[in-house]
Design a binder for this molecule. Structure first.
Ligand SMILES: Cc1cc2nc3c(=O)[nH]c(=O)nc-3n(C[C@H](O)[C@H](O)[C@H](O)COP(=O)(O)O)c2cc1C
Length: 372
């Protein structure tokens, strides 16, 4: 029997925080963070660095930290993301080192059996006092999955597998007695897991993926969908579509989180010059070619250059480059488009978090986007 005093999942910082626009710091656990570039200040992946960023993000009032699930780098000049802390153990460590901020772990479906996942997540949830969120990624990088000796499944079937994976994991979180599971992808005779997570009925869930099948998966299973959208208009369409699908087909509510990266300066031209240096002078164009070869094989579309520049600058996130007023206006437009939250990254996280705390947060509070 469960002895722990459980807390409703709705109190998880990412669901219960008072701010209209939730904000999470993204990709701290990987070398380069979100920038495929050789500028100074990018993430190195040392534990002291991770602790400092987590504590500074917490002090600045961010709602959560969201890691990337990564197993090898992209080659090229900087070998982007080649160093990375494993996301579940990273979340466990930072849970013990913080007291308020939400901790996510990002996990690839085929890399962990639900019996191990259910217990690992429950353990992190206890360490964090109910601040844990599981971010589910169906996966795209066949080179990484190959390292596990696995074949990449076809796109939509990855979500079929994810459906069974999270269904079994939820059953392990919710059922008190042993049960047998004999599925298409997972077998678990005599399945059992105690203690239950602190969050009731289980940790908050997010799913990262934007395709129609990915939206359907999130609408059915998760509290948040984390999407890649290019601009305000596509964010509005995505938000409306997935929220309507969750309500009409599954009688559920899902929050929608987008991604931004910020380069901000009182002098907007200087901010734009820093982006130019990041991407066009110090960017890893060989690495981004490798990344795009996996992501969209044989693609050399007309907008390749713009796509590549965006990946180098902020790993596909929407760029908010300019003065504090311009950056905050961009965030407001995305909130007005229906996004409930944003992940944020910068080339230099520590400088970015400090700048956010001093200059962006007061503007966001004044606009009613963040609680004070
Ligand atoms: C915002 C966002 C974040 C993602 N984060 C990761 C990640 O950390 N690791 C990973 O391997 N894939 C990540 N993915 C890729 C997804 O796992 C998925 O494979 C990919 O988006 C393709 O699915 P889709 O066609 O439904 O979007 C992310 C995707 C999105 C949209």
């Amino acid at each position: 029997m469960s002895r722990s005093i459980r807390v409703p999942k709705s109190r998880n910082p990412i669901l219960g925080a008072p701010s209209r626009l939730k904000l999470a710091v993204f990709a701290v656990n990987c070398s380069g963070g979100s920038s495929m570039s050789d500028v100074p200040g990018v993430i190195e992946v040392e534990w002291a660095e991770q602790l400092a960023i987590a504590r500074e993000a917490e002090a600045a009032g961010f709602d959560a930290l969201v890691p990337v699930a990564r197993w090898k780098g992209m080659g090229g000049q900087v070998n982007f993301n080649h160093r990375s802390f494993e996301a579940l153990t990273w979340a466990a460590g930072l849970s013990a080192a913080t007291s308020r901020i939400g901790l996510f772990a990002t996990s690839h479906v085929p890399t962990i059996h639900p019996v191990r996942l259910a217990k690992t997540a429950a353990t992190i949830d206890h360490i964090s006092g109910g601040r844990f969120t599981l971010n589910i990624v169906a996966g795209w990088n066949s080179h990484e999955i190959g390292m596990f000796g696995l074949e990449q499944l076809p796109h939509d079937e990855r979500y079929d597998m994810a459906d069974e994976w999270i269904s079994l994991t939820k059953a392990l979180w919710e059922r008190e007695e042993e049960f047998d599971w004999d599925g298409k992808y997972f077998q678990a005779p005599g399945a059992y897991s105690q203690p239950k997570p602190l969050q009731d009925p289980g940790p908050a869930l997010m799913s990262a993926g934007s395709s129609p099948r990915g939206q359907e998966f999130a609408a059915k299973h998760t509290d948040v969908i984390f999407v890649a959208t290019a601009d305000v208009e596509s964010s509005a369409v995505m938000s409306e579509t997935v929220k309507t699908m969750a309500r009409d087909r599954f009688d559920r509510r899902v929050s929608v989180f987008g991604q931004v990266f910020i380069i901000c300066d009182d002098d907007g031209d200087l901010a734009r010059a820093r982006f130019h240096e990041l991407v066009h002078e110090k960017g890893d164009w060989e690495g981004v070619q490798n990344l795009l070869d996996i992501l969209v094989p044989n693609s050399r579309s007309a907008d390749w250059q713009a796509l590549a520049a965006n990946l180098i600058g902020g790993y596909g996130a929407m760029a908010l480059i300019g003065t504090p007023d311009e950056v905050v206006k961009g965030m407001e437009e995305l909130a007005d488009a229906g996004l409930d939250g944003l992940t944020v990254s910068w080339p230099d996280y520590r400088a970015g978090i400090e700048q956010y705390h001093k200059f962006l947060l007061p503007l966001l509070v004044a606009k009613g986007l963040r609680a004070g």
